[in-house]
Ligand binder design. Structure first.
Ligand code: ACO
Length: 422
């Protein structure tokens, strides 16, 4: 087998096995041949939370968490945030290349065509209580969209898949804005397809009686940059959820409702909401040291800090921090940024955080910007879900085309009682 292999000796039997390495990895199924005796099931790898398990091969997003690198299809996130728009980045994620002007204009027109949602969705939204969490409304309404598109279940058809991806990217801002207007007791605003993706979203959120809402271009661009930064992050919890549900060939609306549900958790996308609550609870900078002490005692977590993959500064957190200044130039400074910066300064110099390589993640500063723009914390994760749609769908598409795809079905190590009688 040459050098591209791993030799394992089973000390129970003295037998050795040579396992082939592909791209430097073994196939977990190759472990199964390692048995203590004929009746043995064979060795599995035990990996709760998939700390060291690659569940797929992917060509979409690359992260090097030790040095803080993030690339979509090879392009550094910093360049995309500076030079592209969210829709260009979404196209890149979905199709593998940045669009030329013609491709971008066709893609943009297709997205604009599908921004409207069925009128019955308004009634569906109205059914929620006035204080329903916007993220719960979003998750439910993504699933409800499935009822309007029975053909979405035809996941073997690439044209159907593409149309559903366009529909979902187009309709997410509309669903999000409807959830926002419902919580505020305001009438729904229809999409305006003359506006670009982000300005149209702002129009649906904030248009009141004026004949034509004018989105502030600085805020629209800041939101667009935040959308680019949140568009994909390889096999994170919600994307893995999308892949797992999709592997059962559920339709993309239902798979994506599951992905969004996963995103809502406070350890994942829901952290941006929790960061603001934490900063509000801390209140003033002189309370930070006692708060940090309670974190170090294990009484609570420093929300917006730490990451499974990044053991260095999350490159998205840098860019979110930079975007804050342009937003504050329009909205006025959100003084909570001072508390956040002080927390960061203290944490980055404290042995507890240094030893564990805990740095600010993308969620640490984003809520402060969103709040300055006029969003309440309940909306923050919804603002994450809109752009992540491109990532979820790109991975779903990649999986649908992957010949290695089978229904996801992990194994367990059973430790319960042996057979017993009643
Ligand atoms: N505050 C305090 N301690 C922390 C934090 C934190 N935010 N994050 C990790 N740690 C500690 C753990 O307690 C653990 O300490 P120990 O070795 O003494 O037991 C050590 O650092 C390693 O942490 P794990 O929990 O093993 O790391 P894991 O990769 O499983 O978790 C996670 C990553 C969930 C992001 C974690 O860092 C966390 O809970 N952070 C706060 C929530 C958050 O900001 N989530 C958003 C992540 S970005 C995103 O999903 C969009």
């Amino acid at each position: 087998m040459g050098n591209d292999s791993l030799t394992i000796t089973d000390n129970r039997t003295g037998k050795t096995y040579e396992l082939p390495l592909k791209h430097g990895n073994i196939r977990a199924m190759d472990l199964r041949q390692i048995k203590s005796d004929e009746k043995d099931f064979g060795v599995m790898s035990y990996d709760p939370a998939f700390l060291n398990t690659a569940a797929c091969e992917s060509r979409i997003t690359y992260i090097d968490g030790d040095v803080g690198i993030l690339r979509y299809r090879g392009y550094p996130i910093e360049q995309l945030a500076e030079k592209s728009t969210y829709l260009e980045s979404a196209y890149l994620l979905l199709y593998g290349e940045l669009p030329n002007p013609q491709q971008l204009s066709t893609f943009t027109a297709r997205i604009a065509k599908h921004t409207f949602i069925h009128e019955n969705m308004k009634k569906f939204m109205e059914g929620f209580r006035y204080d329903a969490h916007p993220m719960s409304m979003l998750v439910s309404s993504i699933a409800a969209l499935s009822t309007f598109y029975p053909d979405a279940g035809n996941v073997a058809d690439p044209e159907v898949r593409e149309l559903m991806a366009i529909r979902l990217i187009a309709k997410m801002p509309t669903l999000a804005a409807y959830a926002y207007r419902h919580t505020n007791g305001l009438p729904f605003v229809y999409p305006d397809n003359e506006l670009d993706y982000t300005a149209n979203f702002m129009n649906m959120l904030w248009k009141m009686a004026e004949p034509k809402y004018q989105a502030n271009p600085v805020l629209a661009r800041a939101l667009d940059i935040l959308f680019i930064l949140h568009a994909d992050h390889e096999q994170n919890c919600s994307t893995s959820t999308m892949r797992v549900i999709g592997s059962a060939q559920a339709d993309p609306f239902l798979s994506m409702a599951g992905a969004a549900a996963s995103l809502s958790g406070p350890l994942h996308g829901g952290a941006n909401e929790e960061v603001l609550r934490m900063i509000d609870e801390i209140g003033t900078t002189d309370h930070i040291p006692s708060f940090i002490e309670s974190v170090k005692k294990g009484e609570r977590k420093l929300m917006g800090f730490g990451h499974r993959i990044y053991k260095n500064y999350d490159p998205r957190a840098y860019m979110v921090k930079q975007t804050a200044d342009s937003v504050f130039g329009v909205t006025g400074r959100n003084s909570k940024v001072d508390i956040a910066r002080e927390i960061e300064k203290i944490a980055l110099n404290d042995e507890y955080f240094v030893k564990r390589k805990l740095y600010p993640n993308v969620d640490f500063y984003s809520g402060i910007i969103y709040e300055a723009m006029g969003f309440r914390p309940e909306m923050f994760t919804v603002l994450f879900a809109i752009p992540r749609t491109a990532g979820w769908l790109s991975h779903w598409e990649e999986q649908c085309k992957d010949r290695d795809t089978k229904i996801s079905r992990p194994r367990q190590v059973y430790l319960g009682p042996d057979q017993r009688d009643i």
